[in-house]
Write a protein that binds this ligand. Structure first.
Ligand code: GLU
Length: 474
């Protein structure tokens, strides 16, 4: 077993699903701890369950970690390369009487549990039957009947289990593959992991992990830190079925990796000065495992959106354009539209995926018309016809040379007055006059600042759309 002067931590995904936000938070906290302490952060792919494994997900998990701007040290360990080590450990357990062969099928175990009532699980049926290995037989670890197993958790303090409540667990399946806890403890010891930082769902498995390690004579006691569970707004544990949990989904939805990683850092930890939005380099400096709280952390998508919006606004305009461009349809026109409107769009979006719908009227020949927006601004809005007529007349008088956000605004002000949309002291009610013009030009009720948008759209397209809307209104 290698020993190490510096902390060594690991992230140990089972490649049975995408990297979800809970897994990403575990990666991040391991990474932060390693970078903060000058330690090493290793990866271990726990791919021993050959039936549930999806090998193609391994690269996807690496991709998501890299996308978040995180990295790891050395080459990842694959448990599928280490079956011999686990079988050897299983043999040792069996030889020393710490494990026994069991012939019960899952159905039998379940049926007996149902019959006796109470908690489900294995009843020790084969404990003293003296069975040897054979077809359909699994090796079970024999947990002690007496005593307690305890450990100190950096996040939760002292955690103690009565051994008699621990079920005899399968360590080697009947198909010869090792189960999670056996491989997990063998490898943590072998890799010299000093701090096991992982999700709360592993607390209950920890006494078994320790007992197996002791039975193998590993003399191994890492520091544990079990991170709080992530919950939704109803305080339910995040679920892969119900909630959006894959990191790649957030990427596709236009979240910036810097924002995502900053937000993930706040799930169970907070900086001492309360400044939540800050670069990763600062978080590394401030991060302390001791400051992680045990209470469930609310994965708040609205807050994530807010954080993302802040990061988007903080980008240099060119950077914003480059990143948002990947969310546009192909072609020159969308790209030019984005370039022209970038600073204004950047102020208004919470995700990059919102960019196209904000400006698509600039490249679509016929932008989609939002029926509700039409009804509100054109049918029920006061003076829509008059505003459109006056705006058309005013804009027609403007040549291409005079076409700018400023002159368009002046035309709209005059149109408001013509249409009788005036407030106190005869001031034109510009917002009211803008509503029908915006719907005519963009098809929508909301969008980027209208005068700038009309300047970019240009004279011909603007006049064409205003005329079409006016005709439609009758
Ligand atoms: N393969 C386990 C999981 O994905 C790892 C648990 C651990 O970090 O020890 O949950």
């Amino acid at each position: 077993m290698p020993t190490s002067e510096v902390p060594v931590v690991r992230f140990a995904p089972s490649p049975t699903g995408w990297l979800h936000v809970g897994g990403a938070r575990t990666v991040l906290f391991n990474w932060l701890f390693a970078r903060r302490t000058g330690g090493r952060f290793l990866l271990r792919v726990e791919d021993t369950d050959t039936e549930r494994n999806r090998p193609e997900l391994v690269d996807a998990i690496y991709d998501s970690i890299r996308w978040l701007g995180l990295d790891w040290d050395g080459e990842p360990v694959h448990q599928s390369d280490r079956f011999d080590a686990y079988r050897e450990a299983a043999r040792q357990l069996a030889d020393a009487g710490h494990a026994y062969w069991c012939a019960c099928s899952a159905e039998q175990v379940q049926a007996r549990a149902k019959e006796r009532g109470g908690p489900p699980g294995y009843d020790g049926f084969c404990r003293d039957r003296g069975l040897g290995p054979g077809e359909g037989r699994a090796l079970r670890f024999r947990t002690p009947d007496e005593g307690t197993t305890s450990f100190d958790d950096v996040v939760r303090g002292r955690v103690e289990f009565e051994n008699r409540t621990l079920e005899d667990l399968v360590v080697l399946r009947s198909n010869g593959t090792p189960t999670f806890i056996l491989a997990n403890v063998v490898d943590d010891a072998w890799m010299g992991i000093t701090h096991v930082i992982r999700g709360e769902e592993h607390v209950n498995g920890t006494p078994k992990y320790l007992l197996i390690g002791d039975a193998l004579g590993l003399g191994y006691r890492p520091v544990f830190a079990h991170l709080p569970v992530l919950v939704d707004e109803q305080r339910r544990k995040l679920s892969k079925r119900r909630d959006d949990v894959a990191v790649s989904d957030y990427r596709a939805a236009g979240y910036l990796p810097e924002a995502m990683v900053n937000y993930l850092a706040l799930l169970g930890w907070g900086p001492p000065d309360g400044v939540e939005i800050r670069p990763l380099a600062e978080i590394v400096e401030l991060f302390r495992l001791e400051d992680v709280t045990p209470s469930p952390a609310f994965f708040d998508v609205r807050k994530l959106q807010h954080v993302n919006g802040e990061y988007i606004r903080g980008l240099a305009v060119d950077d914003f354009v480059a990143r948002a461009a990947t969310f546009l349809p192909p072609g020159e026109r969308p790209r030019q539209a984005l370039q022209a409107m970038a600073p204004l769009v950047q102020e208004r979006v919470r995700t990059l995926a919102e960019v196209p719908e904000l400006i698509d009227f600039l490249w679509l020949d016929e932008p989609a018309l939002d029926a509700a927006a039409w009804d509100k601004a054109m049918v029920r809005g006061k003076g829509a016809r008059e505003v459109l007529d006056a705006t058309l007349a005013g804009l027609e008088r403007l040549g291409d040379d005079g076409w700018s956000a400023g002159t368009v605004r002046a035309v709209l002000e005059a149109a408001a007055v013509d249409a009788g949309l005036v407030g106190a002291e005869g001031k034109p009610q510009l917002a009211k006059a803008q509503a029908p013009v915006r719907v005519a030009v963009t098809g929508r009720a909301v969008g980027p600042p209208l005068f700038e948008a009309i300047e970019v759209l240009g004279r011909d397209a603007t006049l064409g759309r205003l005329r079409a809307a006016r005709a439609r209104l009758g």
